[in-house]
Design a protein around this ligand. Structure first.
Ligand SMILES: Nc1ncnc2c1ncn2[C@@H]1O[C@H](COP(=O)(O)OP(=O)(O)OP(=O)(O)O)[C@@H](O)[C@H]1O
Ligand SMILES: [Mg+2]
Length: 228
């Protein structure tokens, strides 16, 4: 099979002897977006950081194939105290990419071409999140990790970002993202991975997950019950 592939084998992460994630075994293949969902504190952000190789696993490993470049969008965007365009230029320069034309193209893609010369840190939270998305897209990654990319966006901006992500996925970019918005997961996800207390409880095609979840945890989560 060609296209981006990720595999977790016995993957775990502990802090001070306390396991935040343990015994994760799964494969994420090419195709429609993979959504990592689960309650607060389940380990979603930690898992994305492990997959993006920002954290070293405490146990097991992350294997990948068919991934040249990868990018990540954080739950809280981190922008430099420079203009929007300079923020994207800086990311391109760090990646060794000398194609300034990618800057206006990426801003166009997220619908913010008019903000190119504004100081990035003075933008609204939602605008900053979209600038961070433009910066990630400008790298033209094979796989894009997004941690709750629409959590601070209004409904219209949320739909706009979802449309961008759908287009990006259709171009063959593998999207791996977290969300607390189950409607969003239904709209975009090809498959769902449900985390609970640092473990992978269920991985299933999105249609199957929402229509006939296999695990008691998934059934409870979809009902809106508190998972203990
Ligand atoms: N460096 C760390 N040291 C200690 N505990 C940590 C550290 N990083 C994360 N945790 C804890 O690990 C658990 C998982 O955190 P994580 O941020 O991955 O959860 P999450 O599923 O993304 O939650 P949320 O939905 O609130 O974003 C939480 O209980 C968190 O407090
Ligand atoms: Mg998180």
């Amino acid at each position: 099979m060609s296209g981006p592939m990720l595999r977790a084998e016995g993957l775990g992460y502990s802090v001070g002897g306390l396991p935040l994630l343990q015994g994760l075994d799964f494969t994420i293949g090419p195709g429609a977006p993979s959504f990592i969902i689960g309650p607060n504190g389940a380990g979603k952000s930690t898992l994305l950081r492990l997959l993006h190789r920002l954290l070293p696993p405490s146990t097991g490993q992350v294997l990948s194939a068919g991934i040249g470049r990868q990018a990540m969008l954080f739950q809280k965007p981190v922008l430099l105290r420079r203009s929007v365009a300079q923020n994207i230029a800086h990311a391109l320069s760090l990646a060794g990419i000398q194609e300034p034309g990618r800057i206006p193209a990426a801003l166009e893609e997220v619908g913010l071409p008019h903000l190119a010369h504004r100081p990035a840190r003075l933008l609204s939270g939602g605008e900053q999140q979209r600038v961070a998305l433009a910066r990630a897209l400008a790298l033209r990654p094979d796989i894009l990790f997004l941690d709750e990319p629409t959590a601070s966006l209004d409904p219209a901006a949320t739909r706009a970002v979802e449309a961008i992500l759908a287009r990006t996925a259709q171009r063959g970019v593998k999207i791996v993202m977290t969300t607390h918005d189950l409607h969003q997961a239904r709209r975009l996800a090809g498959e769902i991975l449900l985390l609970h207390q640092g473990r992978l409880v269920e991985q299933a095609a999105a249609g199957t997950f929402f229509s006939s979840p296999a695990s008691a945890e998934a059934q409870a989560f979809l009902r809106g019950d508190i998972l203990e």
